[in-house]
Write a protein that binds this ligand. Structure first.
Ligand code: ATP
Ligand code: MG
Length: 302
């Protein structure tokens, strides 16, 4: 693991079991010394160079992940609207082989999904061995939007009293155990909360209204959710405290500067996969002999 990767982890990871306050995380953080304008170039240029380097590393790491076919990587992205989830996916994954990568977005559950337990619809979307899977929103909505809006919880028709302190503790526990199961069986989980400030969200939503080519991105629902900012931040903080575990830690990524968010995530993903110690598969004796025979045949011009 490189020093840079270690520094980023130390800077953004929510340490399991340690005291944590979301208010201590600055959405406008500029990445510290890795992105600081020490030499020539601004923070933005340095972050972009950093992103470029991480993308190259990520492409290499993904190829190894695919070839070794023993582990998979699940990337979970959570954020308020307009924090930049879509752009992050586009920029971070732009260099990887599309065959080894998949993105799943999750919206309001259907009637059928509501008739099942809350983790059901995520199960078969978990990436298979050798692949990187991205969840654009995830089962964490179950302790975010569902917690902020009790009527959504009511629609789940759960037995007993749903919605109290014990209920949410059990839900965090279910999620932790689900992830534990995945990790034990070869899935590496990386969870990113894109931490955008309320002021920056306002600016971005306004831009969507004012720029013609961004109108399609605007949704009145975003304004409705924005009105619950305080409730969301409380739900996020509790989620981060309860579900940042040794086996599946959360990273709180500053998202007011898109280039910082993208560069930090690319570096953490590529560094983590690079640090898995994956190897290209080695051939058995028989396969080696087959290869040698094939070489002789081709060399002989047959
Ligand atoms: P974008 O706005 O960039 O297109 P998005 O992820 O915000 O992407 P939307 O279709 O706007 O997608 O919103 C999806 C909505 O579905 C969000 O408001 C989210 O909270 C909600 N949602 C996701 N999962 C659940 C869930 N399990 N229960 C209830 N609502 C959910
Ligand atoms: Mg939206």
């Amino acid at each position: 693991m490189s020093q840079r990767h270690r520094r980023l982890i130390a800077r953004y990871q929510v340490r399991p079991g340690r005291r944590f306050r979301l208010a201590d995380c600055d959405p406008a953080d500029a990445g510290g010394r890795d992105f600081a304008p020490l030499g020539p170039g601004t923070v933005k240029e340095r972050a972009q160079a950093f992103l470029e380097a991480s993308r190259t590393e990520l492409a290499r790491a993904q190829q190894l992940l695919w070839a070794s076919d023993t582990q998979s990587v699940l990337i979970v992205l959570q954020a308020m609207d307009a924090a930049g989830k879509d752009g992050t996916i586009k920029h971070v994954m732009s260099g990887v082989n599309p065959q080894g990568c998949e993105v799943h977005g999750f919206r309001r559950p259907s009637e059928i999904e509501l008739d099942h337990n809350f983790l059901w619809r995520y199960w078969d979307k978990v990436p298979e061995r050798g692949r990187i899977g991205i969840f654009n929103r995830s089962y964490y909505e179950e302790v975010l939007v569902v917690k902020v809006h009790p009527e959504i919880l009511a629609a789940q028709r759960l037995p007993g009293r749903a919605g109290g302190r014990k209920f949410w503790e059990a839900r965090y526990d279910d999620i932790n155990r689900f992830e534990r199961h995945l990790v034990r069986n070869g899935t590496v989980i990386l969870k990113f909360f894109l931490n955008v400030s309320r002021a920056e969200q306002r600016r971005r939503l306004l831009e969507r209204i004012e720029a013609r080519d961004k109108h399609w991105k605007f949704s009145a629902a975003d304004l409705a959710e924005r009105a619950y900012w305080r409730e969301y931040m409380a739900a996020y903080q509790e989620m981060l405290r309860q579900t940042s575990t040794r086996w599946a830690p959360w990273y709180v990524i500053p998202a007011d500067r898109k280039y910082v968010a993208r560069a930090a995530i690319a570096a953490i993903v590529s560094g983590t996969i690079g640090g898995l110690g994956l190897q290209y598969p080695t051939l058995s004796g028989a396969a080696e002999r087959e290869l040698a025979a094939a070489r002789r045949r081709l060399r002989a011009g047959r």
